[in-house]
Design a protein around this ligand. Structure first.
Ligand code: NAD
Length: 485
């Protein structure tokens, strides 16, 4: 079932991991067993992939949008038909429970279906001119070759949010997943090409960020870099893009606050807070990273939140019955979680739940960490930088104004959560929170039909929704004089 040796698609060339060339080993984070190999692209292969994409661009961009849409629908159907196998690979390489992996695969299919429908909704404009014989048209045209570089926490979801709109717009793509968890993306690129996509339209490369990612992003034939990952990497890519004046779409790190007002619907706040703090073991750009609860309801909220978190079950994502939380994806992420918990303890915070690795011998080889609830202040490192782990820090505040002030104090501006029963508090709070998404009394969002912009240091541009398609189109003004003789 597992592609022990996966492959890269470079135009019409398939490069398989065969044990001879350079390869990355992909580990199961639940036990550190090797579950697959992926070929690493060298400079020549990166160049071939970009060149194949550049060569395919003229015909792909000229193809009628209805036909590009059919290709995207075919990819969606193929993903759906192979959901179980893909989800299995995803759990093995990334660690999340199988039902969550299944949800991610379904979300990828949804992205291809959504952008198949959007592909035919690219509209230009005509602008009235000052002359009877002058016409002014505004066209929207694809950029060209797109380099899509993504993180490992939602490897397939994040990549499909880039490939689908880019292809729908008429761009061609070279996809570079994270070498931590590349297998599912490489499978989907191979499957998409086998489902009939013309050679060169979608290509894949694999390898480290500093090497392969860098080569790809700085390639002169790449017109746009679309990136999801950490803010530091984003800064680096922005500098690279500036050298060559490339267009960018940046989805960067988040540090989402959750505000629990005095009139919060408490059942919902507790259930949603626990769900969004620990989903995917906290490895979410829109994870609840810091909770500000107003003093009058703090005891009730903290007590119920801690009790609920303590009931969560940790284990390998393929276990049955299924655990709530799988392992962290790598040792570095767990080290960071442990550092943040140690920092909180040093600052006098109270660790109400978890705070350690689990005891169970069968989990000792995996990168597991117990769901952890900490009560302290926003001086703790975990309240200032991403922990990217199953840790929920809570701070008691006096009122809503203090909560909003503290929520806005960081440079992260991806997602925020506000719990209140009052419509005015909800609307005014949503207007004051400096985040691309404000969720009121829910933890949805990050879903294909809706825009998902990062504000401040959390990004540039808009992924998802119709705007997520517009990102791959540039504007051309055509001015035509028809009164000549
Ligand atoms: P990362 O920035 O280390 O890596 C992301 C991708 O960039 C990987 O494919 C990596 O190989 C590549 N890369 C790294 N250095 C590079 C370089 N110098 N040149 C070109 N490519 C390079 O991030 P990560 O550790 O994989 O993922 C975690 C981060 O992603 C977190 O900060 C998280 O918040 C963020 N993230 C953001 C969103 C969002 O939508 N805003 C979604 C998911 C994850």
């Amino acid at each position: 079932m597992i592609p022990a040796r996966s492959e890269l698609v470079i135009g019409s060339l398939i490069v398989s991991a065969d044990g001879h060339g350079e390869e990355t080993e992909v580990l199961n984070p639940a036990d550190q067993e090797v579950i697959g190999y992926a070929p690493v692209a060298d400079a020549e292969l990166v160049d071939q992939a970009v060149t194949a994409a550049a060569d395919a661009f003229p015909s792909w961009s000229k193809l009628p949008a209805t036909r590009r849409a059919s290709h995207l629908s075919a990819i969606a159907s193929w993903i759906r038909s192979d959901t179980l196998r893909l989800a299995h690979i995803l759990t093995l390489e990334q660690g999340k429970p199988l039902s969550e992996a299944t949800g991610e695969v379904q979300a990828a299919a949804k992205a291809f279906d959504y952008y198949a429908a959007e592909a035919v909704r690219v509209y230009g404009q005509t602008i009235p001119t000052e002359s009877e014989t002058l016409r002014s048209l505004v066209l929207r045209q694809p950029f060209g070759v797109v380099a899509a570089i993504t993180a490992w926490n939602y490897p397939l979801g994040l990549m499909s949010w880039k490939i689908a709109p880019a292809l729908a717009a008429g761009c061609t793509v070279v996809a570079k997943p994270s070498k931590e968890a590349p297998l599912t993306v490489l499978e989907v690129v191979s499957g998409a090409v086998r489902s009939g996509l013309p050679a060169g339209v979608l290509n894949s490369v694999n390898g480290g960020g500093g090497t392969v990612g860098n080569l790809l992003a700085s390639h002169p034939k790449v017109a746009k870099i679309t990136f999801t990952g950490g803010t530091e990497t984003g800064r680096h890519l922005l500098k690279l893009a500036a050298e060559d004046v490339k267009s960018v779409l940046m989805e960067l790190g988040g540090h989402s606050p959750m505000i629990v007002a005095a009139d919060a619907p408490m059942d919902r706040a507790v259930a949603d807070g626990v769900k969004r703090s620990f989903r995917n073991a906290g490895q979410l750009c829109n994870s609840v990273n810091r909770i500000f609860v107003v003093r009058s309801v703090a005891d009730e909220f903290i007590g119920r939140f801690a009790a609920s978190a303590a009931r969560l079950v940790v284990g390998p994502g393929l276990d049955q019955p299924e655990p709530d939380i799988g392992p962290l994806t790598n040792a570095e992420t767990r080290d960071n979680v442990e550092d943040h918990v140690a920092d909180a303890r040093r600052r006098g915070a109270e660790v109400l739940v978890g705070g350690t690795r689990p005891d169970a011998e069968r989990l000792s080889r995996g990168f597991f960490f117990l769901p952890t609830v900490v009560v302290g202040t926003d001086e703790m490192a975990m309240m200032n930088t991403e922990t990217f782990g199953p840790v929920a820090p809570i701070m008691v505040v006096e009122d809503l104004d203090e909560a909003i002030l503290r929520a806005n104090a960081l440079q992260f501006g991806l997602v925020s959560y506000l719990y209140t029963r009052d419509l005015r508090t909800a609307l005014e709070g949503a207007e004051r929170l400096e985040f691309g998404t404000v969720n009121v009394n829910n933890v949805g969002g990050g879903d294909v039909p809706f825009p998902y912009p990062g504000w401040k240091h959390s990004g540039l541009g808009v992924e998802l929704g119709h705007q997520g398609l517009e990102e791959y189109l540039r504007t051309k003004h055509v001015r035509i004089e028809i009164g000549y003789r």
